[in-house]
Design a protein around this ligand. Sequence first.
Ligand code: NAP
Length: 294
Amino acid sequence: MNQRAGVIGHPISHSLSPKIFDFLSVTIGGVSLKYLAHDVSPSELRSYVLEALKDPQNIGFNVTVPHKESVLSFAHHLSDEVEKIGAANVLAFKDQEIFAFNTDVVGISESLLSATRGLPTQSVLVVGAGGAARAALYTCGINRFSSVKIINRSPSKARLLGTEFNKFFPATAFKAIENLAELDQNSFDLIVQATPLGMTGYRESTRGNAEAIYQAIFKHQARPGLAFDMIYRPQLTPFLNAAQQSGWKILGGLGMLVGQALATWEIWFEKIENKENVRQLLIQNLQKHLEATP
Ligand code: NAP
């Protein structure tokens, strides 16, 4: 049977997901999948997904901004990650029920764990307090990193996350940092950037601000570590540029994007054979695409 899936967001024209899943269908084979991007407004989200659930050809959706939190209100089953993070990026339809998953966590874990092999990861700073930052906090908690600080434009959200994640993962000490000046008193092995600040197309007026903030973050670090930016467009973001200038190792968001997509495929279909090979081919394919359309 032909199967259908897609990504729902608003707006959605920037999404690489159709390209990724077309590539996976051809490379992995064995399924006949039609994957499309759907621009769904917040007011029509619920009825759109519930209508799609009625058609047995539909196997589910990827979910992106701004719907990652809202889909929890009508999904029938939430994975542990989704419950703790409060956001889902995958819906799987089974027997007329909706199962919600968060494979961003898998993308972050795989990407980070391979990049940090042999490096210390005990002291972490997460920049941001949205859904992607929460997925990063979950990854730190599940991997029992010892200390995780959170800094955000709105400090109250960082404080709230600190309190929540201390309850979820008692082996890790989560704590909000109130402002950039407080960074002087901390040094980090790993800094994770989880805001759109510096992303191509995101409010060009904030670019100067982004550079100043990121330079301030790295200026006070006693020794270099690993800097991870979840943004993948551009490949060298203002955050990664500031990190590199301070001698840090850098990691962009493309590996995370690919990791979450492979994990989505395995939820909808079955385990991918030769997964590492498929991962490398997909990364190369997307890198070429991003170089051609920066
Ligand atoms: P979100 O839930 O909307 O959260 C956005 C966060 O960024 C909030 O903490 C917000 O602060 C902060 N922020 C927004 N604009 C800012 C600005 N001008 N200055 C300082 N802080 C700002 O978004 P999200 O879903 O977490 O996504 C965040 C980023 O992660 C996006 O760039 C997205 O592309 C990336 N991402 C990448 C992948 C991947 O696969 N590589 C997957 C998911 C997300 P306030 O709380 O003050 O509003």
